[in-house]
Ligand binder design. Structure first.
Ligand SMILES: Cc1cc2nc3c(=O)[nH]c(=O)nc-3n(C[C@H](O)[C@H](O)[C@H](O)COP(=O)(O)OP(=O)(O)OC[C@H]3O[C@@H](n4cnc5c(N)ncnc54)[C@H](O)[C@@H]3O)c2cc1C
Length: 305
């Protein structure tokens, strides 16, 4: 039953017709519990509150399916304005982005050009930018672009997904560029040809990648809501005397709020991933696929309108 609902919501997350429908009719379906509003201005008070509660933030201007050059340049412009507003507002926030929103499906040169403009602005304000990882067909090119730009811009991070068989080798290949990595299980629908389908193997591989990256001495963002992964990381750091400045926990906005606060009280760095923007639909559907319990508040959202 769980697998059926997961596949169903992942299918919906890619449905362009429903995406347009959701935007046109503006129905939020409970999305406001996990999305920080339709513009960055809406997100600012949320970031201020999170910072006030001791939480760091990374904001993501939601956007997928960009297939025209002009739109990709608009996305880059929005990202640059966001960085400027973070700096001028004294907000403790980084930025996350997806390469497809900057034109990955159009041309590599276009992405490099857009991303370089963003990174130049981020560097001025000492703000880190993390490239989210999308589906496996884009993984190789995303990591190539990461390596290329990381040499020039140290304030660049990316993501490695433990459900992919290739990830262990990817970590080895990235080892010499002092990567800033967010380690996750992976959120897309992938074929057994490229990804573990058994949950235990995905979980075990995430633990393996966390250990490897930390023992290699690299900064590691452990992005999971799973108690077992969080406890594993704490115990590992204790056992190997890994300083708390070398890692952080990351969780999505609206998920496990109490756990986020408890970790801050214990003295760990916790970063909340706060998406905002009109294109909330694909993000929202992937969250529903991950955790059917999220459906409960989505349904409440529909009926409270
Ligand atoms: C900050 C951040 C950034 C991410 N970036 C990417 C990315 O770039 N690319 C990508 O593919 N994926 C990304 N993801 C998504 C990630 O890949 C997983 O799909 C997602 O985090 C679900 O896996 P999990 O480890 O949180 O826990 P799951 O494996 O979903 O759940 C394990 C257990 O954790 C507990 N749990 C999980 N969620 C909740 C909850 N909401 N409330 C209560 N208990 C819960 C439950 O006990 C559950 O059984 C990101 C996730 C985070 C947190």
């Amino acid at each position: 039953m769980e697998a059926i609902s997961k596949n169903f919501f992942l299918y919906l997350s890619n449905n362009k017709l429903l995406d347009r429908f959701a935007k046109r009719f503006g129905a939020k379906f409970g999305a406001d519990k996990i999305v920080g509003g339709e513009t960055f201005t809406h997100a600012i008070p949320i970031i201020q509150q999170l910072n006030h509660d001791g939480l760091e933030v990374t904001v993501d201007h939601l956007g997928e399916f960009v297939d025209c050059e002009e739109e990709s340049r608009d996305r880059a412009g929005e990202c640059i304005r966001t960085i400027q507003q973070i700096a001028s507002g004294g907000l403790r926030s980084e930025v996350s982005l997806k390469l497809t929103s900057l034109g990955l499906d159009i041309s590599r040169d276009l992405v490099i050009e857009n991303l370089s403009l963003i990174l130049k602005e981020a560097e001025k304000h000492e703000i880190t930018v993390t490239i989210d990882m999308e589906d496996s067909s884009r993984c190789g090119e995303t990591l190539d672009i990461y390596r290329e730009l990381k040499e020039k811009y140290p304030n660049l991070g990316t993501v490695v997904q433990s459900y992919l068989y290739r990830s262990d080798e990817d970590l080895d290949a990235l080892n010499d560029c002092d990567p800033y990595l967010r380690l996750v299980k992976g959120a897309y629908k992938e074929s057994p040809k490229v990804a573990f389908s058994e949950k235990k193997l995905v979980d075990d591989n995430l633990k393996h990648l966390i250990k490897k990256n930390l023992l290699n001495g690299h900064y590691t963002a452990v992005a999971s809501h799973d108690d077992r992964i969080v406890e594993y990381t704490k115990a590992l750091a204790e056992e190997h005397s890994i300083p708390r400045e070398q890692f952080e926990f990351q969780m999505l906005y609206g998920m496990r709020n109490q756990m986020q606060k408890d970790l801050v009280e214990e003295g760990y760095k916790v970063r909340v991933y706060l998406p905002y923007g009109e294109d909330w639909y694909g993000y929202f559907m992937r969250r529903l696929a991950e955790r059917p319990a999220n459906i409960a508040f989505a349904v409440k959202g529909i009926f409270s309108k």
